[in-house]
Design a protein around this ligand. Structure first.
Ligand code: ADP
Length: 397
């Protein structure tokens, strides 16, 4: 038995999950928030208990130290040596990484270099990797990329119809994201459907704060809605998704201070989506409550969100030239029957029809009617488990 830790580092947070492998049993999990901000909070959950500690944490190295100290202090491990592997989730792998890899200095430098594609995430991911290398230099250390699953996309899908030189010089192309999640739920869906994944055409819908839709043909991603960065595709919590690109110069003509990369990124990444349209919240629970209370802007935000999901699912049914199942996952996909019902009832022509009771109960598995031509499923995502499995896989190689 060995213990493997899966790490998901954000700009000011570090989420972790400790597994006993190969049993795939979760021993403990936790979250460190407000790194680099006063009153950082470390939460550890294990054996049904939750421990919370407030302490100033300056950076990711210190966060990793606190997390490892917590594991010993709470008797979850008795010695650092018990941890034999660590897997780090990295958002952008660019064209360098088609699969998870063992960490070395070059890999860390490439992750840092790819910060241009994921400025909010990759620098934090690299800091987490360095912190573990410093404290536990000898354990198996693996990086798992959100983009790797999408490297099977054909050129026709990943290129943008702009001058070639932007691709040649700057690698401006679609990379997608949420790859570990799409891959995991596609594999789980095949198990639930009792068919080899090679025989299935699936549309997987990861609908959380970030939202992405993927066309999975025979287990391979052939197109996905996020683009060069996670801003592209469908409408999200605070991100716009696809727009007419002329909106940007149009706004700059009217508000010249927007002619600044950071400002324009903020407008479309942090002030748009459900938040921008509702004017009140990026959280789907608030949007549904607002809609039920008769708030016009919340209702419009809900309807636009559903409309964009339907359009992408429809596109991917066309790209796949058919579909066996539509899979819902992540915070909204797993927990909001209202969204699933609105999306599926709007595309029933394709042969998908929900069993409304199963949809309302929200349990994992098939939620379409028994005789529906296209199955609809809820599959809870588990990105941390994919990370832990990849550490095991690369340890043996
Ligand atoms: P992230 O992309 O940050 O990992 P999650 O996958 O946790 O996000 O999804 C967060 C979203 O899930 C939020 O919009 C939240 O409102 C939504 N959500 C969570 N639970 C429910 C629920 N019971 N009903 C509707 N929406 C929910």
């Amino acid at each position: 038995m060995s213990k493997t830790i899966a790490i998901n580092a954000g700009s000011s947070s570090l989420k972790w999950q400790l597994y006993s492998m190969p049993e795939e049993e979760v021993i403990a999990k936790g979250l460190i928030e407000r790194i680099g901000i006063a009153d950082s909070v470390s939460t550890v959950k294990f054996k049904g208990q939750t421990e919370t500690e407030t302490v100033d944490i300056a950076d990711h190295t210190q966060a990793v130290k606190i997390l490892l100290d917590d594991l010993i202090r709470l008797n979850i491990i008795s010695d650092y040596e018990e941890i034999t592997g660590v897997g780090h989730r990295v958002v952008a792998g660019g064209e360098y990484f088609q699969d998870s890899v063992l960490v070395d200095e070059k890999v860390i430098e490439q992750v840092e270099e790819l910060g241009l594609l994921a400025p909010l995430h990759n620098p934090a991911n690299a800091a987490g990797i360095r912190a573990f290398k410093e404290i536990l230099p000898d354990i198996t250390s693996v990086v798992v990329f959100d983009t790797a699953f999408h490297t099977t996309m054909p050129e026709v899908a990943y290129r943008y119809p702009i001058a070639n030189r932007y691709y040649k010089e700057y690698k401006v192309r679609k990379y997608g994201a949420h790859g570990t999640s799409h891959q995991y739920v596609a594999q789980e869906a095949a198990k639930i459907l009792g068919k080899p994944i090679e025989d299935l055409k699936l549309v997987t819908c990861h609908i959380g704060n970030g939202v992405s839709i993927t066309a999975v043909d025979g287990g391979k991603s052939i197109d996905t809605s996020m683009g060069l960065t996670p801003l592209g595709g469908v409408m999200m919590g605070t991100r716009s998704g696809d727009l007419d690109p002329a909106i940007i110069p149009f706004l700059i003509d009217r508000e010249p201070e927007l002619a600044n990369a950071e400002k324009i990124r903020t407008v479309f990444n942090r002030e748009s989506g459900l938040l921008g349209v509702s004017g009140t919240s990026s959280d789907m629970r608030d949007i549904i409550a607002g809609q039920e209370a008769g708030d016009h802007d919340a209702a419009l935000a809900f309807d636009m969100f559903v409309d964009r999901l339907k359009k992408y699912i429809g596109q991917y049914i066309a790209v796949l030239n058919g579909v066996d199942a539509i899979v819902f996952t992540a915070g909204i996909g797993e927990n909001a029957p209202e969204v699933r019902e609105a999306v599926i009832s709007g595309i029933s022509w394709f042969g998908a029809e929900l069993d409304l009771e199963k949809n309302a109960s929200g349990s994992e598995g098939i939620i379409s009617k028994d005789d529906a031509k296209v199955k609809v499923l809820i599959v809870p995502t588990d990105e941390e488990l994919v990370i832990a499995r990849d550490v095991e896989r690369l340890k043996k190689s």
